[in-house]
Design a binder for this molecule. Sequence first.
Ligand code: ADE
Length: 242
Amino acid sequence: MQLDVLTLFPEWFGWFREQRHVRNALEAGHELRTFNPRDHTELSGRQVDDTPFGGGAGMVLRVDVMDRALSTIYGQDPVELRRNRRVIALTPGGRVLDDRFVDELAAEEEGITLLCGRYEGFDERIVQHFCSDTLSVGRYVLAGGELAAMVVADAVLRKLPGALGHEHSAVEESFSAALDGDPEYPHYTRPAEYRGWKVPDVLLSGHHAEIRSWRRARSHERGDEGSRLERDDDSAPGQQPG
Ligand code: ADE
């Protein structure tokens, strides 16, 4: 997997790159590269953005600058590039990231490019002509796409073989197919009793089939609870149209 990030703040990713699972993935041959569009602009003062047509606050990333950056990095017209590579614009209004999409990205053979917006985001022509997808990490606005890119990179890289130590597994975890998309069951460790709070007996029983079925049931309950909270949220007064 070659994971590329176009960002005005590549230094943010220095810390991320040092994290154990990221280092493991890189040592296993995967790549995480960062590129700064400022290194590719021909405008004076390393300009990459401009004021929005029609007025309004903030600055918008320029389509000509992104065109040049992508063309230089990949040696091909970005209009063509998006036909053979996932080029994703990170934006609060995009497709909301979930485990299914993470799986889809982790299976990507040609590599992925994440474009980080700043300020008011992208000139829409960048999204329309250079991107294969838009992606949001939630319906709230971050100051830029960098943290969102790290969320995506983290979620994808940890799914790659060798990223998690052998003591961990991404197979039976929250939202995975192994749990039918439900959240993971609760975990407990020593002490078996603390301040009168007991670990469920079944987990101490050594009875593997019963433990499995108890975990499956708890996982399912959490899934139902999550759906209920989402439904309640959708019908909250503040969410009603008008
Ligand atoms: N950029 C700013 N806010 C964002 C969000 N919620 N998701 C993805 N990219 C963003």
